[in-house]
Write a protein that binds this ligand. Structure first.
Ligand SMILES: [Zn+2]
Length: 113
């Protein structure tokens, strides 16, 4: 289910204005309608939905934040910590392949650890 709401995204990201969209299954929250029309951003968020469902949601979020905070301790830089989360590495590497989810093996995120 797609939601376009800048205020909601601001609240969920603590006003991180670099964030264009966020996947919180079953929702994908975009900052605006133009962004929601971008097929690659939509594909990126759908990859996160698949990852979330595979890990039954809560373990996904726990693992996501463990990787993020481990990265923050290591890099001391938000962008580097974020881009080194395995779920983000998989989503960024494959967001431009709009057929990726049709062929993606189960739990493929493990490859990106
Ligand atoms: Zn992402």
């Amino acid at each position: 289910m797609i939601i376009c709401n800048r205020l909601l995204l601001d609240i969920l990201t603590f006003r991180n204005r670099k964030v264009n969209a966020m996947a919180l299954w079953p929702f994908i929250i975009f900052k605006d309608k133009d962004t929601s029309a971008d097929p690659f951003i939509l594909n990126h968020e759908k990859i996160h939905h698949r990852q979330q469902l595979e890990l039954l949601l809560i373990p996904y979020y726990l693992w996501y934040f463990i990787e993020y905070w481990t990265g923050m301790l290591y890099y001391r830089n938000h962008d580097k910590a974020y881009r080194n989360i395995s779920f983000e590495k998989e989503a960024y590497a494959n967001q431009n392949n709009l057929d990726y989810l049709k062929k993606r093996p189960f739990l493929n995120s493990v490859k990106w650890l």
